[in-house]
Design a protein around this ligand. Structure first.
Ligand code: UD1
Length: 418
């Protein structure tokens, strides 16, 4: 199993370009189920989660070609002969549940494994299911599977109990082929939702209001093929900025819409970092001393839960005490015991982490537990004195393209070992 070896202490400097957004690309690839025609997607990141998505799409008998060097995926779903997402595929990547809405809307049937819990929490899909039921789907749970069927879905009003990203995506995709208008309320406002809405509009869907808490979808009888370019990955961008700050570096991150990162940039500024917002890039210069800053994670436009673990490393070496409150996932502090092994002083109290900044971290062997936790361990190791080995790096490969190569180009002493 691959590991990453890091000799910490080098300040990062230079320019790094982010890849296409993983969390936008996944539902967009699944949206190709909604048409028989060819969909061509550009800036698709070469990640394990993308390969898992393509395995599922191929299983449904969709014609898939992924040119990973060019980051282009071509998908044609004109011969779908299965309507099922089996346990083994959903278990590997829970985002596969967003295939439910498109399959149901296009074929009137879908069988999708319930995803079960994961390292960061229980993560049920009840909001997805009740939304689809409101659109007219019949849903049964049998042997760990969701079995859904319908004639044609009917437009209706769906109000989400919580602005869930996945539920918003599933319901919005299903509504594109429903009869009449669907109004989805209390929707997630994450930029990935708008990127999916743009990709669906490129297929002829009529969607308004994405990016706000109310989305209107006028159902169509069919959608057509498209060409669409995926947005830049705001979480990857935030991760490199956090790594630069933790190592007292100075970097420019390119290929992102800086508006998508505003909550993170504001908090980085509060630590003392100088941030320059450019058209599609951010330049970060580190301060001499890091100030501690409190964080509460919340749905967009709040501070993203996907940046919580990385930000915690900065707080671990900042001056003073900071509080980080996690409100989205109930078990998202798996990185804390590992950061403590690097010498961090962190206490967990329910959904709050209390961090007493220490002078410096010291290298240690580490174990990654989930995607963003892995990123925080890499950042911890980059700023720690001496050598660290990060184990179970397959979590990182799910969501960061060529991370060690990008970090090495910024001056990090990092290598992948077997
Ligand atoms: C997506 C992102 C993930 C990010 C999260 C929050 C993808 C592939 N993943 O995950 O990186 O951390 O948004 O920004 O885009 N919930 C329910 N019932 C449901 C749905 C959600 O109780 O039916 C709960 C979840 O357990 C969680 C919270 O709502 O506590 C938010 O989940 P949600 O926004 O749905 O996250 P995901 O779409 O799974």
């Amino acid at each position: 199993m691959d590991k990453i070896k890091i000799r910490g202490g080098n300040s990062l400097s230079g320019v790094v370009e982010v890849s296409g957004s993983k969390n936008a690309a996944l539902p967009i690839l699944f949206s190709s189920v909604l048409t028989d025609e060819l969909c061509v997607y550009k800036r698709v990141p070469d990640l394990q989660d993308i390969h898992s998505t393509l395995v599922l799409l191929k299983y449904l008998n969709i014609d898939c070609e992924f040119k990973s060097e060019q980051h282009e995926a071509q998908l044609k779903a004109n011969c779908v002969n299965k309507h099922e997402a089996p346990y083994d595929l959903v278990r590997k990547m829970r985002a596969s549940v967003v295939v439910l809405g498109p399959l149901l809307a296009k074929y009137g049937k879908a069988k999708v494994s319930l995803p079960g819990g994961c390292a960061i929490g229980a993560r049920p899909i009840n909001y997805h299911l009740s939304g689809l039921e409101k659109l007219g789907a019949k849903i049964q749970l049998e042997n760990g599977y969701v079995i859904a069927s319908c004639k044609r879905l009917r437009g209706t009003r769906v109000c989400l109990e919580f602005p869930s990203v996945g539920a918003t995506e599933n319901i919005m995709m299903a509504a594109t082929l429903a009869k009449g208008e669907t109004v989805i309320e209390n929707t997630a406002r994450e930029p990935e939702i708008s990127d999916l809405a743009c990709a669906l509009r490129a297929m002829g869907a009529q969607i308004e209001g994405d990016g706000t808490e109310r989305i209107f979808v006028q159902g169509q009888t069919s959608l057509h093929g498209c060409q669409y370019q995926i947005m830049g990955d705001r979480i990857e961008a935030g991760t490199y900025l956090a790594a630069a700050l933790a190592t007292k570096g100075c970097i420019e991150v390119t290929g992102i819409n800086t508006k998508h990162l505003e909550a993170v940039l504001k908090k980085l500024e509060k630590t003392g970092a100088q941030i320059e917002r450019k058209e599609n890039a951010v330049l970060l210069r580190s301060p001499k001393k890091l100030k501690s800053v409190n964080i509460v994670t919340s749905p967009f436009p709040g501070f993203p839960t996907d940046m919580q673990a990385q930000f915690m490393v900065i707080m671990a070496i900042a001056n003073g005490i900071s509080h980080i409150k996690e409100t989205i996932f109930e078990n998202r502090f798996m990185h804390v015991p590992e950061l403590i092994r690097l010498g961090a002083n962190i206490i967990i109290d329910g959904n709050m982490a209390i961090i007493h900044g220490v002078k410096n971290l010291i290298g240690a062997p580490l174990m990654a537990t989930d995607l963003r936790a892995s990123a925080s361990l890499i950042i911890g190791a980059l700023c720690a004195e001496g050598e660290s080995i990060v184990n179970r790096i397959y979590h990182l490969d799910r969501g960061y393209e060529k991370m060690e190569i990008k970090l090495r180009a910024l001056g990090a002493d990092i290598e992948r070992i077997l």
